[in-house]
Design a protein around this ligand. Sequence first.
Ligand code: F6P
Length: 541
Amino acid sequence: MKALVETLKATARETNAADIRAAFAADPNRFARFSTKLGDLLLDYSKCAVNDQILQGLEALAKAAKVEEKRDAMFRGDVINITEERAVLHTALRNRSNRPILVGGKDVMPDVNAVLEAMGAFADKVRSGALKGATGKKITDVVNIGIGGSDLGPVMATLALAPFHDGPRLHFVSNVDGAHIADTLKLLDPETSLFIVASKTFTTIETMTNAATARAFIAGRLGEAAVGHHFAAVSTALDKVAAFGIDAARVFGFWDWVGGRYSIWSAIGLPLMIAIGSENFGRLLDGGHAIDEHFRTAPVCENIPMLLGLIGFYHRNVLGYPSRAILPYDQRLARFPAYLQQLDMESNGKAVTLDSKPVEFATGPVVWGEPGTNGQHAFYQLIHQGTDIIPAEFMIAANGHEKDLRHQHQLLIANCLAQSEALMKGRTLTEAKAQLTSKGMDEAKADRIAPHRVFTGNRPSLTFVYDQLDPFALGRLIALYEHRVFVEGALFNINSFDQWGVELGKELATGLLPVVEGTESAEGHDSSTAGLVTALLKAAR
Ligand code: F6P
C-alpha cells in the first residue's frame, strides 16, 4: 500500500494533477469525464485534482486494500468489528429487498421488520391522537432524550425533512448541561408531552441524567402513576429499560450490530417517524437501500461511495490536505455537517490497524462545515486564501420546496456554483492588477494592493446535485457518506466501527465527580486539574 501511495504521489507530480485550472483549459469534456449520475443524483468531481492516471492508481489502491472484499464481508454479516466482536449491519435495517441476512446463522430480517412495524403502529397512534397522556389529552410535543448517535441523526433529519413534518412538535435534549433540558421543559405542558429515552446502551450518563430530570418533571406535575403514560424508550439493553420502569409495549429494540452513529435507520429514528409518518420514513430507508445496491454492485470507477472514499484518501494521503469542509447549500441540511462529523471522525479517528499495529497513513481528516450561503460570510475567506488547502464538498437541490421563492433558490444555486468556480479558477496577480487599474487605480498602488486580491485557485471541490431534498434523497445522501467512511476505513485498514477513544474521558469524568461534589480530595490529580477544581469549588454558589 505504501508503495502504491508513493507511486500516486509521483503520478500526481508528473501529470501536474494539482493544476485543476489547466486541466479544464486543456479538456472541454472534463465535466463529462469526471462526473457520474445515479437517478437524479449527480456527483461532479471534475474540480478535484484527478485525471485518468490518478484514478487508475486509486483503483489499484482499492484492489490492494481489498476494499470490495471487505465491503462484501460487511454486507454478509461477518464479524468485521473485531474489537467488539460484532457484525456491522446497519444495511439490514434498510434492506427493502428483504433478502435474508444471517447473524450467527439466524436471519435478522424478521426481527428488523417486526420492530419497524411496531414503530409504525406506535407512531401512528401518537400522530393520530389515539395515544393519550395520563389525563386523557393527546400528545402535542415529543422530546427525544439521547446523545451522539442517539440524537444527531433524528435532529439532523427532522430539520432536513421539515416540509414533511405533519406530526407533533419535536424537541431534542442531549447535553448534560441542565440548561438544555430546563429550556426545553419550559416549553412543555406535561399533560401533552411524550419523552423518548434513546440510548443504545442505556447507561450513557447524559441521557440517564436527563431522563431522570424528565421523569421528575412528569411525576412532580402529574403524579408517579402518570410516568408510564409519558415515556417510551429505544435501546438494545431491554433489561436496563425495564429497570427504569418503561412499559415493555413502549420499548423499541435494536441490535448490537448497529453502531450508534449508523442507527438512524433503526428504532432510533422513532421521533423522526412520529414527525413525518411511517410512509415517509420508509422512503428514507428506500434511499439508503438504493445506495446499498449501488455500492454493492457498481464497478469501482462508477461507484459513488468508492469514488468519494478514494478521492478522500487521495486528498489526505497523497496531497496532504488535513481537513474537509461539508458545505450544503440547503438550509435544512444545517445539521448535516455535525452529523457527518460524528459519522466520520468517530469512525475513522483511529491510529491502530486491524492487525493491532500503528497505522501507516494519516487517517480521518477533520470534518466540519456550515450551510451556504452563511458560511461564505464567515470562514470561506480561509478556504479561498488561507495557507491550508481544504477540499470542499458542496450539495445543492435543483428545486427548493418554496415554489413562490424560486428567485431565492436561483440565488442559492448561483452562489453555490460561484464558490466552486472561484476555488478552482482563482485570480492571478496580473488579473488582480488589471482589475484595479481598469478602475482608475495608479500603477504603484495597484502593485501594493493586487497581491492581497490574488486567489491561488486549484482548490479542489466536489458537488452533489439532487432534484429536491425529500426523504429518499436524504436517505441516499446519508448512506453515501456512511459507505464513503467505510471505504476510507478499509484503505486505512482500521476498524471503523468501535469508538474506544471516547472512553478515557468518560472514565475520568466518573472519577472526578466526587471531587467536583466536594466529597473527595483532588489529591492524585495533576496540578492543572486540581487547580481548576479548586477554583471552581471556591466560586461555586
Ligand atoms: O460518544 C460515544 C457514544 O458511545 C457514541 O458512539 C454513541 O452514539 C453515543 O455515545 C450514545 O450512546 P448510547 O446510545 O449508548 O447512549
